[in-house]
Ligand binder design. Sequence first.
Ligand code: NDP
Length: 449
Amino acid sequence: MVNVKEYLQNIKEKTHHNYGHQVEFLQAIDEFLETIYPFLEVNPIYVEKNILEMVLLPERLIEFRVPWMNDSNEWKVNTGYRVQYNSAMGPYKGGLRFHPSVNQSIIKFLGFEQIFKNALTSLPIGGGKGGSDFDPKGKSDGEIMRFCQSFMQELQKHIGADTDVPAGDIGVGGREIGYLFGEFKRLNGYQAGVLTGKPLAYWGSLARTEATGYGLVYFVQHLLADSKDSFKGKKVMVSGSGNVAIYAIQKAQSLGALVYGCSDSSGYVIDTDGIDVNLLKKIKEVKRERISVYANQRPNAVFYKNENIWNHEMEYDIALPCATQNEIYELQAQKLIDNGIKIVAEGANMPTTLPATELLRKEGIVYCPGKASNAGGVAVSALEMAQNSQRQPWSFDHVDAELDKIMKNIYENCRDTAMEYAEPMNLMAGANIAGFERVAAAMLSQGLV
Ligand code: NDP
């Protein structure tokens, strides 16, 4: 009879010993191990068969050289990655991130989270992630295109509609997916289902652009509905001003919320008249300008240079971190508590550190972990794969309605699993256990593979 606590402790020590330098990866593992105990205690088979230790290791990690030429004809090189983490539930699925901070640790933490996120959608997708330390900021279209082509020359050896289907993430939007798709097509012929987040012109899905932000708001809407509440009149703050942030703001506003602030890596803006989302889209999606430009164009908006939006003092109800990992440490969590917020729902992946989530939960704030609340993007990516296989596009309303259904299901699954194994509204435990339960059962039934 295995002692589950000892088993977990041994795994934790071994992982820290082997990957001590991979800080973000260890953070994601620790957060997961923290919550899984009660499930293993009543399902010892996963300990006896050592499924937990297996799930922590990627099936495959590919690292490659990406040479490219800039506009001054200088030779440059970056590192590319793809982690094919777990295929128990289906083809590897997860985005590509282009950002200077990308390294093995970041790609592995994202890939690990993706396994359980994808399982929570109840769609047939395994977990993967990829990207590069290439920085698209300030690059010309030609430079972006040449980089994407070089990146795909290697990546294409490892992906396919039924094996591994990448999508976008930070720094990878429709433009980058288009260049990546074009290069894949040149090398392999036209295969619609090999990438998702494609432009509509060649089999992208309606509502994919909106999906992560909308899905996040649907998740919170179902949470609020449990206590007969809604977004109407709620004061909301959002970090980031990229794909996830913009559509979270748009959907929250359409449900009657007042969104006062958003940010980018240069600082944040507070607009007491409410964020003008159309102006924000023009600045960010069309002109690709900095967030300070927004404040210059609105009478009552103020720009706070190089400041973290979660340090802002102001009373509000809901915080939606939608920028990047580790935005909210204990200091910021305490600020949120002092500001009187009731809910933190993550649009980004792992924006809140483990001690910060513990502090929030101790104070009775509902914390919605990204692997559940931001699953709308990958869910609609899986719906894009379904449309590509059927050679049949679905209407915006149909995809949007499916997204809402999926987010409701994820919320209820996390809530009910938390109730069964942990404590009421410990949605982090609910998400980890519900996701692991599906993946572990599939792994067990597939044998040692
Ligand atoms: P975008 O590239 O569209 O936007 C990212 C936003 O976050 C930008 O405003 C960016 O500012 C800001 N940001 C990035 N890094 C930092 C930093 N170090 N400090 C402060 N701000 C920063 O990415 P997405 O909106 O697609 O992704 C945002 C988050 O959501 C990520 O964590 C991603 O993994 C997660 N996510 C995305 C999904 C999707 O479908 N796109 C799906 C699920 C999760 P700046 O432009 O100045 O860098």
